[in-house]
Design a protein around this ligand. Structure first.
Ligand SMILES: Nc1nc2c(ncn2[C@@H]2O[C@H](COP(=O)(O)OP(=O)(O)OP(=O)(O)O)[C@@H](O)[C@H]2O)c(=O)[nH]1
Length: 218
């Protein structure tokens, strides 16, 4: 009919989109994968039904590492190859990640939580709210205690800032209390969590935070 136009309605299968989608971003090497490795057993121990998506530039190395860990069914871990720019697939055009999350929910219908790790390359990476409901940004003590002062969008905008590798503070001459205080100040009081992904310190608090923020205190 002249003047009318069709509207494409995307078919979303029943149940898909029900899981909370959570981003874990931050600079290369800050410990995002290590945090997932320490966090997943805490969450599954609480009975949370979860899946994982990793974003690597051109490999599925992080996904393989999590699949090999033995703490999650390897089929529940999907890899998105981000190509040249890691920001694009979590912010400008998160279509690939949304498709990967939908696919996981279709294959595992009871999924309550999807953790999406992104291989960001600097302090500017943020997640699109079309992709995630909530996101954390991971920096580490060894990267320098001036990172909060640089006020990168990740540091400022994330729902939670995680300062990881706190065990290394004495080795790199960082005053942890001052770094924490400064991070809280630049975030105007929004949450900042101190963590040591190697020992698991902070992971109970992180699981509690996720419980409050997206799992509604299950
Ligand atoms: N001492 C110490 N080392 C850590 C901690 N967390 C991670 N690491 C180490 O830091 C290195 C980088 O950790 P990853 O988990 O691979 O970091 P990532 O952010 O996932 O790195 P990309 O995926 O390359 O962006 C590894 O050698 C980890 O063992 C921590 O809390 N303390």
């Amino acid at each position: 009919m002249h003047g009318s136009h069709s509207i494409d309605v995307l078919e979303v299968p029943a149940g898909v989109g029900g899981a909370a989608r959570v981003g874990i971003g931050g600079p290369v090497g800050s410990g995002k994968t290590a945090i997932l490795e320490a966090l997943i057993p805490v969450l599954t121990g609480r009975g949370t039904d979860l899946c994982v998506i990793t974003n690597d530039l051109v490999t599925d190395e992080d996904a393989q590492r999590i699949r090999c860990g033995g703490f999650i069914d390897p089929a529940r871990v999907s890899a998105v190859e981000a190509g040249a720019c890691p920001h694009t697939v979590i912010r400008e055009d998160p279509t690939l990640n949304i498709a990967a999350a939908d696919d996981l929910e279709m294959r595992f219908p009871g999924t309550e939580l999807i953790l999406i790790e992104s291989g960001g390359d600097n302090l500017a990476s943020t997640f699109s709210l079309d992709l995630v409901d909530w996101w954390a940004f991971v920096i580490d003590v060894a990267g320098g205690d001036d990172i909060p002062r640089k006020r990168g969008p990740g540091v400022i905008q994330a729902d939670l800032l995680i300062i990881n590798k706190i065990d290394l503070a004495p080795n790199v001459g960082v005053d942890l209390a001052a770094m924490h205080e400064e991070a809280v100040a630049v975030r105007e009081g929004r949450p900042v969590l101190l963590a040591n992904a190697r020992s698991g310190e902070g992971m109970t608090s992180l699981a509690d935070e996720l419980g409050r923020a997206v799992l509604f205190d299950r």
